[in-house]
Design a protein around this ligand. Structure first.
Ligand code: NAD
Ligand code: 6OD
Length: 486
């Protein structure tokens, strides 16, 4: 039986209480291992180690030395690619082809991209006049913020954890990571890589467990944590924001979405179908940037819907290692119950189920897994709960529209504001509509096309703050003004 332990001060440790919880496969519900649940004692040890490491050899590294070390981490993840891939697929059930293309390479890239940004981060300087005529010089100086708590979700476990750990370490901080209870494996494995690369003990720490009254809460309420970066549900973000209020710790919150996709009649319809298929169904719909509301201009509505149904019918459900499969299970039985609840609610609320809507028969070997059918609805009212609440499953509602103004209002009529996609060959319209989207990220004729130098984050209830490029550097450093009287 595999055991997933905490990684504290460079060593793997069990919980003093001996408390564990099961890690089960979403593919067939088989037992993959047991994970230790951290109590206050382990969280405290991890935070203490992280705090001490700030003053140790890590804190004395030059920018160049730190860059070399983190680049080595990226290279080592790539050298151990197969192990990371296997671990990610076991935990999430996602097809290997997806994890090999998205999760693992991006997990490694996050350690390289932000060392470059950090090394090239500009600062400011102001020469000022003084009454004695001699003047003074001001210049900005950045220091690491300190101990960063990283609280991560399960949908892209390595990618979303390193997306925070990469920039945090690039800026010279130390981290304590709380991965999702659903997906402990790749974060645990990263501890080995840190040791292999010579990252000093205490710089990267991992504590496992749940949220409330468990590792998540113990970590985010710990007084020696200097800032908290979180990705997950909006309601959890609220709890974390409350925890961070004590001691005025800074937060970065990347939360839920109910993202629209707008398909204009002048789009390249095949490109729009291909992109919308990915945005609604890749990773079994478990991508925060994914599309759950599709608006299609009326002249091409029937054609677009028919093409989407054809493509959904071609999705091939199967085990991660099945090379023909491009669609895995949801992450857990618990999450499937939530998604299935919304599938049933959609019907109650008057949706026409165009395709899917249920739980597939996967055969005896897989029927205990968290499988669900990819689903398209039409006919829902704009105020239906299914149209307003994040489902985080492989489903979307497709609705016709008649004018640009109408669709802008519809797309923005949501509590969330994470991402939007626009499909049109008219570049003036693309810019005009993109500028009016109430969202942190807008793609035109693309989806999930990522340049790590750009800002990433959500408006409204999709989050607070921006990470990526120089924006993340603001969060991960403390800016100081030094004023020198001349
Ligand atoms: P979640 O909020 O349930 O859990 C995320 C993490 O928070 C987990 O590690 C969990 O254990 C921890 N947690 C839960 N309650 C806590 C508490 N009270 N205190 C401290 N920690 C706590 O989210 P999830 O189900 O893992 O992920 C799915 C959600 O994440 C969706 O809403 C999705 O939209 C969102 N998400 C957002 C982004 C983004 O970049 N905006 C990216 C991925 C996922
Ligand atoms: O690409 C990224 O950097 C990122 N943070 C993606 C988030 C995906 C959400 O599920």
């Amino acid at each position: 039986m595999k055991e997933f332990k905490h990684f504290i001060n460079g060593q793997y440790v069990a919980s003093a209480s001996g408390k564990t919880f099961e890690n089960r496969s979403p593919v067939d519900n088989s037992l993959l291992g047991k994970t230790y649940e951290a109590g206050r004692e382990e969280v405290d040890a991890a935070v203490k180690a992280a705090k001490a490491a700030l003053k140790g050899p890590w804190g004395k590294l030059t920018q160049v030395e730190r860059t070399k070390l983190l680049n080595k981490v990226a290279d080592r993840i790539n050298e151990r690619f197969e192990e990371f891939l296997e671990a990610e697929c076991l935990d999430t059930g996602k097809p290997r082809s997806i994890a090999a293309h998205i999760d693992i390479p991006r997990g490694a890239a996050n350690f390289k991209a932000f060392t470059e940004t950090s090394a090239n981060l500009p600062t400011e300087g102001f020469r000022m006049d003084t009454p004695d005529g001699k003047g003074a010089m001001n210049f900005g100086h950045r220091t690491p913020k300190g101990v960063i708590a990283v609280v991560a979700p399960w949908n892209l476990p390595l990618l979303l954890m390193t997306w925070k750990v990469g920039p945090a370490l690039a800026c010279g901080n130390t981290v304590v990571v709380k991965p999702s209870e659903e997906t402990p494996m790749t974060t645990t494995l990263l501890g080995e890589v840190m040791n292999e690369c010579g990252v000093p003990p205490g710089v990267f720490n991992v504590v496992h467990g749940f949220g409330p009254d468990s590792a998540g809460e113990f970590l985010t309420t710990h007084p020696d944590v200097d800032a908290i970066t979180f990705t997950g549900e909006t309601r959890t973000g609220e709890a974390i924001m409350k925890a961070a209020a004590v001691g005025l710790r800074n937060i970065s919150l990347e939360c839920g979405g109910k993202n629209p996709s707008i398909v204009f009649a002048d789009c390249d319809i095949e490109k729009a179908v291909e992109g919308t298929m990915r945005s609604a169904f890749v990773n079994c719909g478990q991508v925060c940037l994914g599309t759950e509301r599709v608006y299609v201009e009326r002249p091409i509505f029937d054609q677009f819907l028919a093409r989407m149904k054809e493509e959904v019918a071609k999705l091939k459900l199967g085990r991660p290692e099945d090379e023909q499969a491009n669609f895995g299970p949801l992450v857990s039985q618990e999450h499937r119950s939530k998604v299935k609840y919304y599938y049933d609610l959609a019907v109650e609320e008057g949706a026409k189920v165009e395709i899917g809507g249920g739980i597939p028969d996967m055969g005896a070997a897989l029927n205990d897994g968290a499988w669900i059918e990819p689903t398209i609805w039409t006919g829902l009212a704009d105020d239906a709960r299914v149209m307003r609440e994040e489902i985080f499953g492989p489903c979307c509602h497709i609705r016709p529209f008649d004018s640009e103004d109408e669709v802008i209002a519809l797309a923005n009529d949501t509590d969330y504001g994470l991402a939007a996609a626009i499909w049109t060959e008219n570049s003036a319209r693309a810019v005009r509509v993109a500028e009016q989207m109430e969202a942190g990220i807008v793609w035109v004729n693309a989806w999930f096309l990522r340049d790590l130098r750009t800002s990433f984050g959500g408006a409204k209830q999709s989050g607070i703050g921006r990470e990526g490029g120089v924006h993340g550097m603001e969060f991960y450093t403390e800016m100081k003004n030094i004023c020198i009287k001349l």
